[in-house]
Write a protein that binds this ligand. Structure first.
Ligand code: ADP
Length: 295
């Protein structure tokens, strides 16, 4: 089973010809509310890929909270450890312009009030084979969860997004770090992905740097790094490509598949997701991933 500790957000998306400048008002074409947040995205991706998934997180006591919980449930994610806390749910206020460029304001809301593990969380983590973590909830609880996982021999996979300096105790309890190129550069000051991965291996035993259409660079201590190419597809929306990759990867690793095979299967899942619009909506089901990966 897979445990995910992380964020749930309602994405409020306005489609505009051109993003407004400071003080300017523009008329948008369309508005949508879609469930998001890196934690929830990874949970949904893993569930679609065939994983048994439990989500530890927090939504607000508002309408969005009700919808966010329902969306996770509909995807087959266990939400028993998703608390409802006072105040607003996390929201991301997004404008997308005609060129596909976006600007985003994230208000953490309930995610910011997920500050500690509660009764039952440690048992949930201990019962999993893999714990997925990201950085959209307070670092203290992320670190506590990673340490609980380590204490129970559970594999921890950390997506270091949004990029920020990481406490040594968190890195010390991380088995696999999955940054994209920007995050790898932000963490190390090195823009070359291979050099960044080498540097990160000083702190964690394995790193997978996602390289967009170029695939994934896998590096582990004591082994030659290898690049797993991404399938060539026509991308229309790469939102949550990284989260789709991580969710599927967790499922494949949990089944005991070899790293190369697992990464390649997860790349197939991500490549399917970028060919259709949306975040959680675009995530492929297991049968679809198998059909594409082994075609
Ligand atoms: P993030 O979404 O976190 O910014 P990336 O852009 O690196 O991360 O994408 C994550 C993964 O999604 C990549 O490693 C790759 O497997 C897949 N992916 C992203 N963009 C494409 C693309 N244009 N074509 C095929 N696969 C893609």
């Amino acid at each position: 089973a897979i445990a995910v500790l992380g964020s749930t957000n309602m994405d409020l998306v306005a489609y505009v010809p051109k993003a407004p400048r400071l003080g300017e008002t523009v008329t948008g074409r369309e508005f949508r509310t879609v469930p998001g947040g890196k934690g929830a995205n990874q949970a949904v991706a893993a569930a679609r890929a065939g994983g048994e998934v439990r989500m530890i997180g927090a939504v607000g006591a508002d309408d969005f909270g009700v919808r966010l919980r329902a969306a996770l449930g509909a995807a087959g994610v266990d939400t028993a450890a998703l608390r409802t806390v006072e105040g607003a749910s996390g929201t991301a206020h997004i404008t997308v312009d005609d060129e596909g460029g976006n600007s985003i304001v994230v208000v953490p809301g309930a995610n910011g009030r997920l500050t500690s593990l509660e009764d039952g969380d440690e048992a949930r983590i201990a019962a999993a084979d893999t714990l997925l973590l990201q950085l959209e909830v307070p670092l203290g609880v992320v670190t506590a969860a990673a340490r609980a996982a380590r204490a129970h021999g559970v594999r921890t996979v950390l997506t270091p997004a949004p990029a920020q300096p990481l406490p040594p105790e968190l890195l010390a309890a991380t088995d696999l770090l999955v940054p994209n190129e920007h995050e790898a550069a932000a963490l190390t000051g090195l823009t070359d992905a291979r050099q960044a991965a080498e540097a990160l291996l000083q702190q964690v035993p394995a790193v997978a740097v996602t390289l967009g259409a170029a695939g994934v660079l896998c590096a582990a201590r004591g082994r030659a790094p290898l690049t797993v190419p991404a399938p060539r597809v026509r991308a229309v929306d790469t939102t949550a490509a990284g989260d789709t990759f991580v969710g599927a990867l967790a499922v494949a690793l949990g089944e005991g598949r070899a790293v190369r095979e697992a990464v390649s299967w997860a790349c197939a899942a991500a490549a399917l997701s970028v060919q259709r619009p949306g975040a959680q909506d675009s995530m492929p089901a297991r049968a679809e991933i198998d059909a594409f990966a082994y075609a």
